[in-house]
Design a protein around this ligand. Structure first.
Ligand code: ADP
Length: 447
């Protein structure tokens, strides 16, 4: 087991990882920018190292400073959290070259999954169902037209190097296709420095369903069921739940089994999420995230397993602590992402939190790094906390969520709490009847 872990992140996830380390009796080091000197995780860590000024590229993304912090403090492993360097293959390779363990998969696995064309090819080879489309990059108009005609309109053109929903264009007819291809390529080139694009069938009303997997790096793989993250705004997840209201036990076991076997065959190590669009009873792979996800607590709620403990254990070559048959699903969990944003316009609302009161009681978990008097710096992501509610079934979970949202107080800044208070009372949400476009339509109708 590791003696000392360096946490290369900030905010709620840095605190989340720190808690897991403390429980396991592992010493903690956090790195932070000058803007985060007052952060909760900095106060609670055994050691802290200031690695630079506020902009992320000068601090949380500065690989040299982070490696230097490991060497100064004698950390033997790094947990990257999510975002920042968590899916940076070069970072994983550099740490390995310094004999520091990256708590995550190998640089090569990060690289494969970071290239969407390569990821899709790999998924297909491993028996994971994928969206019908081009077999690799498409550059010629003629080829694009042929593929689109074959799979049928509408189609979507996506950037191989894509992320955050950028570089995607939908074409509803051959007339749209040429322009869509050109725009997607130039957007991808500008945003990612790589203009490779590919074509997929565009699904009209899918749900976003993702499977949590874990590999031990030695040929074993397990799944922890799925999460439904269909309630999204601008491709950003807003509300996540487990299990999905749309799946039955048979579908769950089937897709979970497919994913667990794929992870085992790949020799993958650590936590991963295989993301699908789901429509008319079919799953279509879109991408794999090679890290812990923001929404991992809903899976922890229904399985009772601490996924960060498991990541640390696997990274220290201790193997997985359980077999597939020992992972049981109990009840229902929902997570609301609370952002420091205007609940109508979603413009960021940094500033000082004058009063912060979190709900409590059975089945309630709040993961947050903020506190009364905390000043939210304007430089980073606007997520200030996550409310995770667990109940014996979805109805109980929703009742508890409504009550918890009523108790939650964040004064001094604007937050997205009012949006969740509206959603929890909505009939479609109550019935679990929504697809990936539902929230955008709901917000547009409100205006
Ligand atoms: P990114 O890495 O940029 O987030 P993804 O491939 O995960 O890109 O896709 C992001 C979102 O775009 C999906 O959650 C979905 O809303 C939409 N999308 C992607 N592919 C398709 C598709 N073939 N049909 C319909 N919507 C899609």
């Amino acid at each position: 087991m590791f003696q000392k872990i360096l946490i290369a992140n900030r905010g709620e996830i840095a605190l989340r990882v720190l808690r897991a380390c403390k429980e396991l009796g592992i010493q903690t080091v956090v790195v932070h920018s000058t803007a985060d000197a007052d952060a909760m995780h900095v106060r609670l860590a055994d050691e802290s190292v200031c690695i630079g000024p506020p902009p992320s590229r000068d601090s949380y993304l500065n690989i040299h400073q982070i490696v230097a912090a490991c060497e100064i403090t004698g950390a033997d492993a790094v947990h990257p959290g999510y975002g920042f360097l968590s899916e940076n293959a070069k970072f994983a390779d550099i740490l390995a070259a310094h004999n520091i363990t990256f708590i995550g998969p190998s640089g090569d696995h990060i690289r494969i999954m970071g290239d969407k064309i390569e990821a899709k090819r790999t998924a297909k080879r491993l028996g994971i169902p994928v969206v019908p489309g081009s077999d690799g990059a498409v550059t010629e108009e003629k080829e694009a037209r042929r593929i689109a005609a074959e799979i049928g309109y509408p189609v979507i053109i996506k950037a191989s190097a894509g992320g955050g929903g950028r570089g995607m264009k939908v074409a509803r007819s051959e007339a749209d296709l040429v322009v869509a291809l050109q725009t997607a390529r130039s957007e991808a080139g500008a945003a990612f420095g790589d203009d490779a694009v590919y074509i997929e069938k565009y699904l009209e009303k899918p749900r976003h369903i993702e499977v949590q997997v874990f590999g031990d790096g030695a040929g074993r793989g397990v799944h922890f069921g799925e999460r439904d993250c269909s309630l999204q705004r601008r491709h950003q997840k807003v509300w996540e739940e487990a299990p999905s209201p749309a799946l039955n036990a048979e579908e769950r076991a089937h897709i979970g089994g497919v994913c667990a076997r794929a992870i085992a065959d790949l020799g993958y190590s650590g936590a991963g999420t295989i993301e699908f669009l789901y429509e008319n009873g079919e799953f279509y792979f879109i991408e794999m995230n090679t890290r812990l996800q923001v929404e991992h607590p809903v899976t922890e709620a229904i399985t009772g397993i601490d996924l960060v403990h498991e990541q640390i254990r696997v990274a220290s070559r201790g193997g997985l602590s359980m077999r597939q048959e020992e992972i049981r699903f109990q009840g229902h969990a929902i997570e609301c992402r609370i952002n420091a944003e205007d609940p109508r316009t979603f413009t960021p609302s940094p500033g000082t939190i004058t009063h912060f009161h979190t709900p409590g009681g059975l089945g309630i978990r709040v993961d947050s790094g903020v506190y009364s008097g905390y000043k939210i710096p304007p430089y980073y992501d606007s997520l200030i906390g996550k409310l995770i509610v667990h109940g014996r079934n979805r109805v109980e979970c929703m009742m508890r969520l409504r009550r918890a949202l009523d108790e939650f107080v964040v004064d001094g800044i604007k937050t997205t709490l009012p949006l969740f208070r509206d959603l929890v009372g909505n009939a479609d949400v109550a019935n679990g009847e929504y697809d990936i476009h539902w929230l955008e339509k709901y917000l547009a109708d409100e205006d």
